[in-house]
Write a protein that binds this ligand. Structure first.
Ligand SMILES: [Mn+2]
Length: 332
């Protein structure tokens, strides 16, 4: 189904709301933050009062974006009858912001995860889109081309600053247009956004070439400790809590490690485990050409995309990982 079929209904329902809470997902990435910031600006142009909520602080690498300091913690949000989730594959991704969603009268969801079950009252989910920022771009373009004589028509008024948010969201979720999720629509949206005069090399440098030393060292540690299985087609690495603490590593400091494991020439599937607590682990998976990691992760309560997915685990990690790697090996 063309997700744009819902757009008219989505926009006219949104027009009725005066106060809207936008929720970014936990462990926020560039796409959720940038898509929220773009919607924040666009909805303000429509005369809405908007609150930006996330249960984690905005990663330092994204803090150069204007208004990134406007995100507030869920407990500081003023209760609102209307909530929109942004780039969240399921309500678990709302973290401590979930009660805001649960208690809202009307809910909206804008997303691009294949595992999204359309959990809100009004949903725009395009699993073909490389980023939620791309979905926001097309929704905005739709508003511009299908004016309803409503205040929500102003959702079509992208300006240079909003264009830089949306381009930033697309850039981060496509790995600078490197992943297989980049389609003609992705490049079309990017090209339209570049027409607003944004500085593409400056955005790329700030988002990809500004790396704290501890992050590079953590990557070095994980590659050094990595192991290969199933004729070197599975790469695996484990980052223990002690090392996380030693480097004072935040969530974004371990971003990119699993991609580096997948980049090993012989590898189809990469599994990276970060220990978050005594008994709690975050498992990230990536695949290169054919293995569907979203299906694998869904079995363990997680989700994501075919080539990038993850889940959280609590319990005896050693035997779990042995079984997980055997399971992947059997399906390869
Ligand atoms: Mn995304």
């Amino acid at each position: 189904m063309n997700p744009m079929n819902n757009s008219l209904k989505f926009l006219s329902e949104l027009d009725k709301q005066s106060d809207i809470i936008l929720i970014a997902h936990t462990s926020p990435d560039g796409d959720t933050i940038c898509s929220c910031l773009a919607l924040f600006e666009l909805l303000k142009k429509c005369g809405k009062n908007v609150q930006l909520v996330c249960d984690c602080v905005v990663p330092p690498i994204l803090s150069f974006f204007e208004n990134s300091d406007k995100f507030i913690m869920p407990e500081d949000a003023v209760k609102s009858p209307c909530v929109m989730t942004v780039d969240c594959s399921d309500t678990g991704r709302l973290g401590r912001a979930y009660p805001l969603f649960e208690n809202a009268d009307v809910t909206f969801c804008i997303d691009h995860h294949i595992t999204n079950t359309a959990f809100a009252d009004y949903n725009i989910i395009d699993a073909e889109a490389a980023a939620t920022a791309q979905v926001v771009y097309f929704l905005s373009e739709f508003a511009k081309n299908n004016k309803q004589n409503l205040k929500i028509d102003s959702l079509g008024d992208i300006d240079k600053n909003i264009a830089s948010y949306l381009y930033g969201g697309i850039l981060t979720d496509t790995g600078r247009f490197a992943y297989s999720n980049s389609t003609a629509d992705t490049f079309y949206a990017a090209s339209k956004l570049v027409e607003f005069g944004i500085d593409v090399s400056d955005l790329c440098e700030k988002l990809f070439m500004t790396i704290p030393l501890r992050k590079s060292k953590l990557l070095g540690y994980c590659l050094e400790k990595s192991k290969l299985f199933s004729n070197e087609r599975i790469a695996y690495s484990f980052l223990p809590l002690a090392v996380v603490k030693e480097y004072n590593a935040g969530n974004n400091d371990t971003e990119g490690i699993v991609e580096n494991l997948r980049n090993i020439d012989t590898v189809e599937v990469a599994v990276f485990v970060r220990q978050d607590d005594e008994n709690r682990y975050k498992i990230s998976t990536r695949s290169k050409k054919y293995f569907d990691v979203s299906e694998l992760c869904r079995k363990y309560g997680g989700g994501g995309h075919k080539r990038a997915a993850g889940f959280n685990f609590e319990g005896d990690i050693d035997s779990f990982i042995d079984n997980l790697i055997a399971e992947i090996g059997n399906e390869l």
